[in-house]
Design a protein around this ligand. Structure first.
Ligand code: FES
Length: 653
């Protein structure tokens, strides 16, 4: 045929089209990802493209400068009113005249890709559940007595091929004035779930709505609540903010909150109310900070552990506190945000909560699996999300196993004599000279007095208040490497170790990291009790991993991923010297950062990812550590540093 050849970049899709075919039409026919909100009416400017002129021998075409039609009146008007970037055309207005190569810039792609910053970068492909559609509705007519809503539905079917919509009363009430104000041209925000069903009419605006739509990815932790306000067109995080979970006043950790409910009838209602109020405050602050109207926030995705999940939903978490740890529901949930009494977003905003895996393995763990994709790799990955409870995945493309292990709060610096949260003044990293047994360390917020490598001698240190989770892990591992404690975890005396930093404390010994007591400051030591607390935590973590390895029938893994805010700060060497994780080459230990938060962002930006994680969760094999007799045996063997029986060849290398 002699019809002109059209080649789109970067997709490389190509086809021949009759002279006069609009570029947008050609793109649609070829399945090229070219955006449009106004349906080709030349008003939204989402369809911008850049024609390339010149010779393209690779494609076998020569492109003449008149390969596309001249600017038409619509384009002229758009350009004079808003200005088109140089070289850009409106894809819905420019028509094909001769062979042409057309580039679709990233901002004109619906499914544009957002690259994550974290190490194991999975790109997020934009495909949000809620999108904008510009639509022209027929005016009502005395002779055709249909409702405005039904005529909107008909217009959406004709102009966007959307078969069916449903609306809340509140949105329905807004429809008539908006239609008239917009002179029967309006923009609607429609939410399409990944499950079968009608599109949900979230909101309506007269004319073309140009202020975008936003969503929230919320990581609801037992200690902090973190929210990311995200532009649903670009995936850009406009602002992130976190606040303390107000439920802390009912109990530091999850189990103490469950016991609060057991002991105080109605305690669950109090906690539900507290967390919902905090969420509303957090969302309001994010909107104010970014200048995004609350009404434009149309979606929220939550990830959380099972207890937080139930307390958010207003479900008594009592059953999660006792065997067999039954969840009220493990499926994902979709419902309007107003059901959670959230007011700082659109009245029809939709909430999605990722599925839970089991009574101890929650939606936060599902989000880690969504972000790290253990089931999509050939090699065997061990993924450890360290917190008060560790969630552990072991898997490859054949099978994915999961368990949770009760590590307790020691890794977060709790139950440690000089322990504190990771905050300014906390020792976060430590090195002990194996010869002199003198420590040097790095303190959060005190970079000023440190050496070039970021570590400072104990004598130079000021403003130290305690030691945080990553600091205590490094301290125990460094003490072992410096010979200050034996493989069983026993701290030696000054005589045995040759350092006066080992001081007696009762019948055991402590290692003095920092002593400012002469000036009324703190005395920071690692006590025998601290070592025992860390040993218990790391044994639980290791035993959980080993149990999964037994179940998988393997005696080693290929790689280890440390997830969680805390995982990001653990040094691979120290984690392995301590025996927190099984032996692997050190360069195969990576940190995934806040993988649960990333999973929430993925589910927010890409509606298909919701179906993906639901399918993944159905196939994850849950291993129950509490009832598995081998767990105890693994736990006892893992008490030694690094381990009583398992070899660690990569440590001697
Ligand atoms: Fe809206 Fe072209 S599709 S301007």
């Amino acid at each position: 045929s002699t019809d002109p050849l059209v080649i789109f970049t970067p997709s490389g899709k190509r086809g021949r089209f009759a002279v006069g075919t609009p570029v947008l039409t050609a793109a649609r026919k070829l399945g090229v990802d070219l955006d449009s909100v106004c349906g080709g009416r030349g008003i939204c400017s989402k369809c911008q493209i850049t024609p390339s002129y010149g010779e393209f021998s690779k494609h076998g075409v020569t492109v003449a400068s008149d390969a596309l039609s001249e600017w038409n009146a619509v384009e002229e008007r758009y350009d004079s009113k808003r200005g088109l970037k140089s070289g850009r055309r409106l894809g819905c207005q420019a028509t094909i005249q001769r062979d042409v190569v057309i580039d679709v810039p990233a901002e004109s792609q619906v499914h544009r890709q957002v690259v994550r910053k974290a190490a194991s970068a999975r790109v997020i492909e934009m495909d949000p559940a809620t999108r904008l559609y510009y639509v022209e509705v027929e005016e009502p007519d005395m002779h055709e007595p249909t409702g405005d809503f039904e005529r909107l539905e008909r217009a959406l079917k004709a102009q966007w091929d959307i078969p069916e919509i449903k609306a809340d009363l509140a949105t329905l009430a807004r429809l008539q004035p908006v239609l008239r104000k917009g002179n029967w041209k309006i923009t609607v925000a429609l939410h399409k779930s990944h499950l079968p069903g009608a599109h949900h009419l979230i909101d309506v605006w007269p004319g073309l709505h140009e202020d975008g739509l936003y969503g929230l990815a919320i990581d609801l932790g037992s200690t902090t609540i973190a929210a990311h306000l995200t532009d649903l067109a670009t995936g850009e995080v406009k602002a992130s903010s976190g606040i303390m979970n107000p439920q802390i006043r009912f109990g530091e950790d999850l189990m103490s909150r469950v016991s609060y409910v057991m002991m105080n009838p109605g305690g669950d209602v109090e906690m539900t109310q507290a967390v919902r109020e905090a969420l509303d405050t957090l969302i309001r602050e994010l909107a104010a900070e970014t200048g995004v109207a609350e009404r434009l926030i149309v979606e929220a995705v939550f990830v959380c552990n099972p207890v937080m999940h139930h307390l958010l939903l207003g479900i008594d978490p009592l059953e999660l506190g006792q065997a067999p740890f039954a969840l009220a529901t493990s499926d994902s949930l979709s419902f309007p945000a107003r059901d959670l009494d959230l007011t700082a977003l659109n009245t029809s905003a939709q909430v999605y909560i990722l599925p839970c895996i089991a009574g101890h393995v929650g939606a936060d763990a599902a989000a880690v699996a969504l972000s790290e994709e253990p089931g999509k790799r050939e090699d065997l990955s061990l993924i450890v999300d360290v917190g008060t409870n560790a969630e552990i995945f072991l898997g490859n493309s054949t099978r994915v196993l999961a368990c949770s292990s009760p590590t307790g709060p020691a890794f977060e610096g709790a139950q440690i004599s000089s322990g504190q949260r990771a905050a300014p003044g906390a020792i976060e990293a430590i090195r002990i000279d194996p010869r002199t047994r003198e420590p040097r360390f790095r303190v959060i917020g005190c970079e000023l007095w440190s050496d070039e490598d970021g570590f400072a001698a104990a004598t130079a240190a000021t403003g130290i208040t305690g030691i945080c989770g990553s600091g205590i892990i490094e301290a125990v591992a460094e003490m072992r490497m410096a010979g200050l404690l034996d493989p069983s975890g026993l701290i030696g005396s000054a005589a045995q170790t040759g350092t006066s930093r080992n001081i007696p404390e009762g019948r055991t010994h402590s290692y003095v990291i920092h002593d400012a007591s002469a000036d009324g400051g703190p005395l920071i030591t690692v006590t025998q009790g601290d070592i025992r607390a860390i040993q218990l935590a790391k044994s639980a973590l290791y035993a959980g991993s080993r149990l999964l390895m037994d179940e998988m029938g393997v005696d080693h893994v290929d790689r280890v991923v440390l997830a969680g805010a805390f995982g990001a700060h653990i040094s691979p060497l120290h984690a392995m010297v301590l025996g927190m994780i099984p032996d692997v080459p050190l360069d195969q230990v990576t940190s995934a950062g806040n993988a649960a938060g990333t999973g929430a962002r993925i589910a927010l930006c890409n509606v298909a990812a919701r179906a993906e994680i639901e399918a993944t969760v159905r196939n994850v094999v849950k291993v129950e550590t509490a009832i598995e007799p081998k767990f105890q045996e693994h736990f006892v063997n893992a008490n030694a540093i690094p381990h009583a029986t398992d070899p660690f060849p990569n440590l001697s290398a």
